[in-house]
Write a protein that binds this ligand. Structure first.
Ligand SMILES: Cc1cc2nc3c(=O)[nH]c(=O)nc-3n(C[C@H](O)[C@H](O)[C@H](O)COP(=O)(O)OP(=O)(O)OC[C@H]3O[C@@H](n4cnc5c(N)ncnc54)[C@H](O)[C@@H]3O)c2cc1C
Length: 400
């Protein structure tokens, strides 16, 4: 197939859809992105970019701009809400493994806006907003994507469709692909505030996982705000969690202040651990949250989705431009689905178990193990490689 004939539709203009679109468009593939919302999403969702993701985005001209708009986090911390720092990890230990030995704290919407600006300059790329995918059908030669735009039913034909339309993926549902796993009974509350925690909590880094048997939390810095993530109780209603009184009570319990906290955003998320039964169905391939979702402890959802996009588009380009058999897309499924199950879902589930551990003996054992690990540079480097998703990428590469 000649490049100029190849046409790929991407459902969803989130980070995964847009990274996929850019990688294909840079090689001359005609790309149409269908996005159901009227504009790009600006919610405060992902804020952590892991080192290998920054390595991957660098050749696309994105990493330097992201770094300029974010915060370089050299250290990450495991803390105890009562005792303070338990273990601190210096990301410089993985300098031999990456060009970016740090976590970048930067809002995910900054990435999507930068990519949109690049795509807007390309005549062979179209981004259609208010374009909601409703159904997908396919033959051996092409895929047909039905969507609604401004109440008008429309259809597009393409050689391949990338379903990057998020957790509730219409693409996945249209193909009856199961989304196996579970939903946690509690939801996660994310509150952002301009209050400067670092002035009050000694030695705070930009990324802090704070364990507690009653109410763990995560404190994450982005350039202008602190984001605080709390679990809610299964029996609390959404309305009750989101009241001023309840949000203030949580913040005051974390760090008592004479005055009320000034909060900028408060959002409640349902949290799931789920992986699609298949990542490929003929000419349709799932990536990102459409293929796998997980709790945000460890910052692996968007990062893992971008790793999917890299893996998938490299193979799709081989099919579209080098005439390789599209059986290579099955390898994408084998590689990335294995990582979604064995690595992303397993690690995030373990992170949640550890941070909320209630058994006092186990808590102390876990904390002592982390302390010892952080003080041994060889083991600390291995730990950081694992939590930065470097090991997962190497494992995926080795899967035939
Ligand atoms: C509180 C929180 C914190 C997080 N922190 C991190 C973090 O630090 N690091 C990290 O890696 N991940 C994090 N994540 C996860 C991360 O936000 C997601 O994994 C990421 O957004 C997935 O990107 P995506 O492009 O696959 O899907 P999405 O970002 O969900 O994008 C999907 C797009 O598809 C569109 N769409 C939906 N349905 C249709 C349709 N029918 N037709 C057309 N378009 C459609 C949507 O409007 C949306 O724009 C966090 C998540 C939450 C909730």
């Amino acid at each position: 197939m000649q490049t100029h004939q190849a046409h790929v539709v991407v459902a969803g203009a989130g980070p995964v859809g847009l990274v996929s679109a850019l990688l294909l468009a840079n090689q001359g593939v005609k790309v149409t992105v269908l996005e159901s919302a009227p504009t790009l999403n600006r919610d405060l969702r992902a804020s952590t970019f892991h080192p290998p993701t920054l390595d991957m985005l660098a050749p696309l001209g994105l990493t330097d701009d992201l770094v300029a708009q974010g915060l370089v986090a050299r250290y990450t911390q495991q803390r105890d809400r009562q005792e303070g720092v338990i273990a601190e990890f210096d990301m410089q230990l993985i300098a031999p493994d990456t060009d970016h030995p740090f976590r970048l704290q930067c809002e995910q919407w900054k990435l999507t806006q930068m990519i949109q600006a690049q795509l807007n300059t390309m005549p062979h790329v179209q981004i259609l907003f208010d374009a909601k995918v409703t159904q997908v059908t396919q033959t051996a030669e092409q895929v047909q994507v039905d969507f609604n735009q401004a109440d008008e039913a429309r259809t597009l034909q393409a050689h391949y469709l990338i379903g990057a339309d998020g957790a509730w993926s219409a693409v996945r549902r249209s193909l009856n692909i199961g989304f196996e796993g579970f939903t946690y009974p509690e939801r996660f509350l994310v509150v952002s505030t301009a209050f400067e925690y670092a002035d009050h909590l000694p030695r705070l880094s930009y990324v802090n996982y704070c364990s507690d048997p009653h109410e763990w939390c995560v404190l994450l810095r982005v350039p202008t705000l602190w984001r605080v993530l709390f679990p809610t109780k299964a029996e609390e209603t959404d309305e009750a969690v989101l009241t001023d009184a309840s949000v203030q009570a949580r913040l005051q319990n974390l760090l008592p202040q004479a005055q009320a906290y000034d909060t900028q955003h408060r959002t409640l998320y349902k949290v799931h651990q789920r992986v699609a039964q298949r990542f490929r169905h003929g000419r349709v391939v799932l990536a990102g949250d459409a293929a796998h979702i997980n709790n945000p402890l460890g910052g692996m959802g968007m990062n893992g989705g971008i790793h999917d996009a890299m893996n998938l588009t490299e193979k799709l380009l081989r099919v579209l431009q080098k005439g390789e058999s599209d059986a290579v897309l099955d390898q994408y499924e084998r590689q990335r689905r294995t990582i979604a199950i064995d690595y992303i879902n397993a690690s995030t589930a373990r992170n949640k178990r550890d941070i909320e551990e209630r058994d006092p003996i186990k808590r102390k054992e876990n904390q002592q193990a982390l302390r010892e690990l952080s003080m041994d540079p060889v083991r600390a480097r291995a730990y950081i490689r694992q939590s930065s998703m470097i090991d997962a990428l190497e494992r995926a590469k080795a899967i035939p």
